[in-house]
Design a protein around this ligand. Structure first.
Ligand code: AHR
Length: 315
């Protein structure tokens, strides 16, 4: 009898103690499948995602795709297996995502696309897109160039990663805008894979093939433009003077090159969207309405405004 009373008191105490325990919220678990580390832009984007997660106490599972779609697909499968709360994907190329996104959807895990878009027949496979308008960036670069060179020039184009949204859109927008300027022609176009070494290598080959007839370089990103600057200098020419260079990203080093007169113009593509991504994840998980597509506002820098922003540039 005494032991029964003792035991029931123990159970009661344990129950009361449990009630008194503070409820500790589990940290949000987010998986981020990044493309790789091909450019300074990419490094700034990764840093923004990591530092903002840390600030907010989010458990971030980061996977570097090392430039390969199959690595990113493997990462998404592992995030599903780990039952993360949300998946963030920066898709290296536009196509081939449907099967793995279907797996995430079946597991009830929302996918947010950042930076790059995908082509899919089933738009329900992702919750939303957050990034820049690559078409608009290409258009801004072409319009600026047409004014600068008076609608005349022989252009070589350094393309980004084949099949990626920024390479596709920046190429399409530039070509569309040039159709209004018959004196501006793209004489050669090749991929430098958004890498500095790639840009240098392709530019060296262009210079060998076309020599001094090249008057303009259009680079799909600043790293390739900076690689082209090196190749042009090594060929004994003056980048920014003998060859006009237009580019995209507006990383600090490229803005400095604009100040130094080696790059003529760079259109911004802001990579610092960590805060926006996690705000969206929080809203999504709370069942609040979110924008289906949200674009960063990007500016253009040339000799008229580059010096004014260089000190405050974060990336
Ligand atoms: O998707 C954005 C592009 O990818 C940036 O312009 C480039 O620098 C990066 O690697």
């Amino acid at each position: 009898m005494t032991s029964l009373l003792f035991r029931s008191r123990l159970v009661l105490c344990a129950a009361l103690a449990m009630l008194a325990l503070p409820v500790v919220a589990k940290p949000l678990k987010v998986g981020f499948a990044q493309t790789g580390a091909e450019s300074a832009w990419r490094t700034a984007n990764t840093n923004s995602m990591k530092s903002e997660a840390e600030k907010r106490g989010i458990e971030l599972k980061f996977a570097d795709g090392q430039g390969k779609q199959e690595n990113q697909i493997r990462a998404i499968r592992s995030f599903v297996a780990q039952r993360v709360d949300a998946i963030v994907l920066a898709p290296i190329v536009e196509t081939g995502w449907d099967p793995v996104l279907r797996e995430a959807k079946r597991a009830g895990i929302p996918v947010i696309l950042t930076d790059r878009t995908i082509q899919t027949a089933d738009e329900s496979l992702y919750a939303c897109f957050i990034g820049s308008d690559f078409y608009e960036e290409g258009r801004m670069a072409a319009d600026w160039l047409a004014k600068k060179v008076g609608g005349k020039g022989s252009i070589v184009e350094l393309q980004g990663t084949p099949g990626s949204a920024p390479a596709n859109e920046r190429r399409r927008a530039f070509a569309d805008a040039l159709s209004k300027h018959p004196g501006l022609k793209i004489v050669d176009s090749q991929s430098g894979d958004f890498r500095r070494a790639g840009g240098k290598e392709v530019m060296e080959a262009f210079l060998k093939k076309h020599g001094r007839s090249i008057t303009v370089v259009y680079a799909h990103n600043d790293d390739m433009a900076l690689g082209a600057v090196q190749a042009i200098e090594e060929a004994g020419l003056k980048p920014g003077t003998d060859v006009v260079i237009v580019s995209i990203d507006a990383i600090k080093e490229a803005i400095q090159a604009v100040v130094d007169g080696k790059i003529n113009c760079t259109v911004e593509c802001n990579p610092l969207f960590g805060p926006k991504v996690y705000d969206t994840v929080a809203k999504l998980l709370a069942g609040k309405p979110i924008d289906r597509k949200s674009f960063n506002k990007d500016e253009l820098f040339d000799s008229s405004n580059a010096a004014a922003v260089i000190a405050s540039r974060q990336y």
